[in-house]
Each structure stands twice: as C-alpha cells, then as structure tokens.
Design a protein around this ligand. Structure first.
Ligand code: FAD
Ligand code: DLZ
Ligand code: SF4
Length: 508
C-alpha cells in the first residue's frame, strides 16, 4: 500500500523521522506551497521567500536521492491552497490510504492533520535534544518551570560541556563574563551573505507578485536557502563570530544589526541545520582552544537551554497558550511597529532593520520592541501576531513562548519569574541609540523625558499588586515608594498624557 509522506516547510531535514519511517521504493513524498500557510500570519516577504526556496531545493535533493516527490508550487492551477486539501488531492492521485508525518511544530497544524478523513501516523520529532514526553516528565510535579534547572539537566543528559558529572570549566553559567556594551570601534566580522541562485530568483518573483503589500523589504535577499549554505553560515559563525559572542551578546549598535550573533535561527527552525550539530560545532571549537568557555557556554545555553525550554513550554502549556493575557493589556499595537514615524530612536532602529532584513537580535526584540509593548500595555495577541509575522525565524512553537512568556509576561510567569522591563537607562547602557534620539534618556519627566522612563514607572505602578511582593522586585518598589508623592503623581500624569498622544496616532 502506498503511503503519503508529508514534509512541511519547517521539516527540511534529510534524517527527518517521517522519511526514516518511509520506504523510498513504495511511498510518495509530498510538499506543498499553499496560501493558507503563506497568509495565516502576514509574513515578512523574505520569510515566505526563504520557506519556498528552501522547500523547492529540499524537494530536488530528495528526488536526486531516489524519492518519488510530488511538489505543489504556489501557482499550480490545481493547488487547493491548504495543507489538508493538498494531502487529500495527492492521496486520491496516488491511491494512498495512509499519511505519515513528523509531528508539526504548531497546535494549529496538528489539529488540522488529526481531522483528516485518512489515517495519519504522526511521528514524534526527534530533531530536538528533548522530546515532548521527556519535557513533560521533567515538568511534572514542579511548582515552577525554570530554564536554568532545565538547562543543567540537559547538560547532564547530553554530556555537552561536561567533565564527568561536573560542568566544564567548573561553572554552569558564565553570564557574569558576558553581556558587555559594545563600542562603535569594536571589531566584528561581516555577516556571511548569499547571492540568490536560479531557484531563489524564481521564488523572489513569485513572492513579489503575491506578497509585496506585506510589511518588509524583499530585496536585498541575503539568506542561504539550502543545507550547503546553512553549513557555510555555521562555519562562518564558529570561526569568526563565536569567539566574541558572549561579550557582546546583549549589546546594540545603530548601523550594526548583527554584531556577533549567529544568524542561524532560520536554518535551525527550517531543519537545514540540526541543534545537535550546531552545539557540537561550538563545543568542538572550545575544546580545540579556538573560543573561550564563556562564549561557547553562552551560545550553547541559547540552544540546548532556551530553545529546547521554550519548545517544551509551548507543548506543555497546550493550544490555549497564545490566548493568554495575564496582565489584562489591551492597547492597540502602535503604528511605529509597522514603520510609522516615531521619535524614539531605539524603536525606529529596531523596526527599520526588521523591515530591511526580517531580523533583529535577541536584545533588540526583548528590550526594545518587546519592552516598549509591555510597558505601554499593548494587547499581547497583537504583539504575538507582530513577532510571528516580521521575523525570518518565526514559527509558533518558538515565537509564542518568547513573545507571550518571556517578553510580555502574558502567561503569568511560566517562562520567566519576573517581567523583562527596563527604563531608558538599560538601553542607554547597552547601545548607542540614545545619543541620536529626540528624547533625553536622563530625563525622568518633562517635555523630552524618555518614554521608557515614564512608562517603566507607570507599568510598575499599575501592576504593583502583582509584582510588589516579588522578591526580585521589592527593592525597585521600595525606591518608588520613597519618592515624594508629588513626583510620583507628576510622572504618572505625564505618562498618561504621553500614552494618550500615542493612542491618538501622533508620531511620538
Ligand atoms: P543568537 O543570538 O546568535 O543565538 C544563537 C541561537 O540560539 C539562535 O539561532 C537560536 O536558535 C537560539 N536562541 C537564542 N535565544 C533563544 C530563545 N530565547 N529562544 C529560542 N532559541 C533561542 N527565536 C526564533 O528562533 N524564532 C522566533 O520567532 C523568535 N521570536 C522571539 C520573540 C521575542 C519577543 C524574543 C525576545 C525572542 C525571540 N526569539 C525567537 C529568540 C531569539 O531572539 C532568536 O532566536 C535570535 O535572535 C535569533 O538570531 P541568531 O540566530 O542570530 O541568534
Ligand atoms: C511558514 C510557512 C510558509 C510561509 N509556507 C508554507 C507552505 O506553503 N507550506 C508548508 O508546508 N509550510 C509552510 N510554512 C511553514 C509552516 O507554516 C510550518 O510548518 C508551521 O509554521 C508549523 O511549524
Ligand atoms: Fe530609546 Fe529613550 Fe534612548 Fe530615545 S532616549 S533611544 S526612546 S531609550
């Protein structure tokens, strides 16, 4: 009996579980570019182009290896434009009575495939260090889920950066040596860039035709779209950028959107690289003496720790996770997130590079775009929709816990024990943005007060019932309470007035 092996756009790995379970002599592999996936979020054009180009090339690779592959391009006149529709069309075409698929990374697609009127064998995705079942075991009975404990457990289980039972170098975490501001004259390697080949050019035309109204510039398109390119990007990062990754991990510089970051998340998330090989490459570089332990550990923690942890949380918390709004925030997402004028230099910088590259690094996402939305009390569902749309690496299992959990505290403290909020002082310390801003970062009140300063205290004040007893925030509240009543009132009044101007659509 012929079986249909469905490969989704973020499952482009040759050793994919569904492919390992299939028989190339009998089964048919299917892949489909469909409008439903291209429009369920208003994706950045570069993101759609990356998925389509990588899917086309992966299909060609499988074909060259002897698989029978049926591929539905977006402009196929018979395309039904949904994944279930294409599965049923291909099943009828090939007389397939069963579908084999690696479990999708999103509740929405799991539900759609489970509802098919055909038997579906859904195989666990073993491309991660930690399976869903293993995470559930780890989480069971714990009062709270904390990344640091999960990460240590993952280090022990995987043996990564371990010397016997002890962490390599004697410490689990080298954060105190990381996270320094960057000076503009800092040496940092140019990020690796790729020229579009013929397949990618054809996709760029297609995306231009259908999605040019989406937020974001399609050109220049600099991403790798196949495994060879993804491996070259990995090699470039390990050789040139990893040695200083740790030190500048949290730094932000106008005019340098990448610094020493890896630019590897899209390749990991599409399956062109596996987390195991990326972690192994970083560990090998440290063991060979080519990078300091602080950089290797800092980088490995992002993948073996955070990436695995947020995936675990996404599945552990269930399909309702994306609707959470623990802080009851309801403000509309300001137009500045879609490129409308703003006087805030930091937000303009992050949104501008997001428009140009579909990329911003972690601290830009967390402490500028996310921090501002949280301080201003924006509806987390709108913040989630934005992050899911505009970044090249955004798939829901990783985007949602980062946005709703880590960044917006909308899950009430599952991902983080306290909200990631800061005043302008943090942005000033970690970046060079404030020097070119219309606002004054040192001003707490007054006509040119930095909005992050006004809104930081406004946020803490309006959520004092929830956070004042948090042991990690007590000192901040104590400081606020010590300020004269008149100062507090003035600041809150000015914050309200500033928010009213924001709501009125002024270019504040
Ligand atoms: P580097 O900083 O060089 O880090 C190396 C790798 O570690 C990344 O490639 C990534 O795979 C992994 N990593 C680092 N931090 C995280 C994290 N917090 N969670 C999961 N993996 C991590 N990452 C996504 O892959 N997709 C998203 O949609 C996404 N949305 C985010 C939304 C918000 C609000 C925030 C605060 C973070 C989000 N992240 C997301 C995490 C992180 O910002 C990106 O993984 C990182 O910026 C990707 O760039 P890089 O490859 O240069 O990463
Ligand atoms: C993101 C994306 C896009 C833009 N298009 C497709 C597509 O046409 N076909 C497909 O199989 N997958 C696509 N994807 C990726 C899926 O949306 C992805 O599998 C889900 O986000 C689940 O992780
Ligand atoms: Fe951002 Fe405030 Fe600095 Fe302006 S002064 S760049 S708004 S932190």
């Amino acid at each position: 009996m012929v079986r249909l092996v469905l490969v989704l756009g973020d499952q482009l790995t040759e050793a994919l579980p569904a492919l390992r379970a299939a028989d190339p002599a009998r089964d048919v592999v299917m892949m489909a570019e469909v409008m439903a996936e291209a429009t369920y979020a208003r994706h950045h054009p570069q993101k759609i182009a990356l998925f389509f180009a990588a899917m086309r090339k992966f299909a060609a690779t499988l074909q060259a290896q002897g698989w029978r592959v049926v591929y539905s391009p977006l402009d196929d006149p018979d395309n039904t434009h949904t994944i279930p529709g294409e599965v049923m069309r291909r099943a009828a075409e090939h007389g397939a009575a069963e579908v084999v698929v690696t479990e999708p990374g999103e509740w929405r697609l799991i539900a759609a495939l489970e509802a098919l009127p055909l038997p579906v064998a859904m195989i666990a995705d073993d491309r991660f260090f930690c399976t869903r079942a293993e995470f559930a075991d780890w989480a069971q009975g714990r009062k709270e889920l904390r990344m640091e404990w999960f990460y240590r457990e993952m280090r022990r289980r995987s043996g990564v950066l371990m010397e016997g039972d002890s962490p390599a170098g004697g410490r689990w975490n080298y954060d105190t040596e990381n996270r320094k501001p960057a000076a503009a004259d800092l040496f940092r390697p140019a990020p690796v860039e790729f020229q579009p080949d013929e397949t990618t050019e054809a996709v760029l035309w297609l995306v231009e035709l259908h999605f040019s109204n989406n937020f974001g510039n399609l050109h220049p398109f600099r991403w790798a779209t196949d495994r060879v390119g993804a491996l070259a990007a990995l090699d470039h990062f390990i050789t040139h950028a990893l040695p200083d990754f740790g030190a500048t991990q949290d730094a932000m510089l106008a005019g340098d959107p990448v610094l020493n970051h890896a630019l590897l998340s899209p390749y990991l998330n599409l399956g062109l690289l596996t987390p195991r090989e990326v972690v192994a490459a970083a560990e090998a570089a440290w063991r060979a003496g080519r990078v300091p332990i602080a950089s290797a550990e800092g980088f490995i923690r992002q993948i073996l720790g955070w990436r695995e942890f947020v995936r675990g949380v996404y599945f552990h918390e269930g399909p309702g996770y994306t609707a959470r709004n623990a802080l009851g925030h309801g403000r509309a997402l300001p137009g500045a997130y879609w490129g409308s004028a703003t006087q805030m230099a930091c937000l303009a910088q992050v949104v501008g590079q997001t428009r140009d590259r579909a990329y911003a690094h972690h601290i830009q996402r967390l402490m500028v775009a996310g921090n501002f939305a949280l301080l201003a009390g924006v509806d987390p569902a709108q913040v989630h929709a934005w992050f899911l749309s505009v970044y090249i690496d955004a798939v829901e299992w990783v985007e949602a816990p980062n946005t709703l959990g880590m960044s917006q505290f909308a899950d009430g403290g599952v991902v983080g024990s306290k909200p990631y909020v800061s005043s302008g002082a943090y942005i000033d310390r970690m970046s060079d943005y404030c020097a070119a801003c219309a606002y004054r970062v040192k001003d707490r009140t007054g006509p040119r007060a930095c909005p992050f300063n006004l809104l930081y205290w406004h946020f803490l004040h309006r959520h004092r019932d929830r956070f004042a007893r948090n042991p990690r925030m007590g000192a901040i509240y104590a400081g606020w309470n010590r300020r004269p009543e008149a100062d507090r009132t003035r600041l809150l009044t000015e914050a309200d007035a500033w928010l009213a101007r924001l709501d009125a659509g002024e270019a504040v």
